[in-house]
Design a protein around this ligand. Sequence first.
Ligand code: UT7
Length: 327
Amino acid sequence: MSVLIRSIGVHVPQRRMTNDELGAMVDTNDAWIREHTGIGARHIAADGMLTSDLAADAAKKALQKAGISPKELDFILVATATPDYFGFPSTACIVQDKIGAHGCAAFDIAAGCTGFIYGLDIASGMLEARKGRHALVIGAEILSRVTDWSDRSTCVLFGDGAGAVVLSRIEESGRGVLKTILGADGGGAKDLVLIQPERSRTFEVASVTGKSLTLSMNGRNVYTFAVKSITVLVERILHSTMYHLEDFAWIVPHQANARIVQAAAKRLGIPEARFYMNMEEYANTSAASIPLALAEMEDKGILKRGDLIMMLGFGAGLTYGASVVRW
Ligand code: UT7
């Protein structure tokens, strides 16, 4: 028995914002952004669009490709840091309604940019334990709504998008999700934060409600954590499985910053070309970045049935995780 990634669907907002456009808003330029991050553009959700809209569109495409009706789903899991509502209702419940999957379970998880890897592990575990058939795991973000557009150290990094996968439990073994490592270092929680109204006071003195959410980051600390996470995760995966590096067709990292991936590749002595990167077009779309990369690889025909791939996530929490999948 195993849990297979059966299909992928994505939603990339039409509006494409180039580095030059950002250069007209803050003191930055295309050369700096490309050299320090490898990012060339990002896509921005239109006014009125919600994370659930992006997620639902990606989900419908994934279901159509898999040939599965929404009614056959056991549950929907949405990994997001930018839900439609903070707290409740979950974005997954809104997606459930938008795609007509009434009745199945629906819930969100918060694991920052590692959300898709956490989601895959939770969902495959649930399908196996409960003998379920099909589930949707969606990474969806509208980070542009929480970006401080006057802060050049963060506004150049992020973008919007959604990627959904249909997971199916199959009797055949040796395919699908084979191995997962998840971890977190809560000591770094303040290094990447959505600043929110004061939560440690009683309602009587909480006069700051209504203040909008803004992303705040200690870039240096997150950079160091990210390079270390990739390095340690690859070593741990190789150590804990019978696989050698040569067995992997691709390593698909969270698409935060090309320099992070290059530094980790150098430390590991792995050619950079083994890592698939597409942050040049989409920037960092957090929980959506890995499924967006997988979908693009499939479209290009460079991800084939039987390929062994390693996915690596790291991000707010601070969280990290790796997943080995036989496509
Ligand atoms: O999912 C995880 C999400 N987070 C990340 O992936 C972020 C991880 N961190 C990073 O990727 C990098 O730390 C950054 C890209 C955020 C920053 O790159 P850096 O090479 O570490 O730059 P720095 O912070 O050391 O800053 C170097 C200089 C500073 O100027 P001074 O103080 O030397 O005069 C910054 O003010 O670059 C300046 N700077 C910029 N200049 C032009 C920072 N951002 C920009 C910018 N354009 N956008």
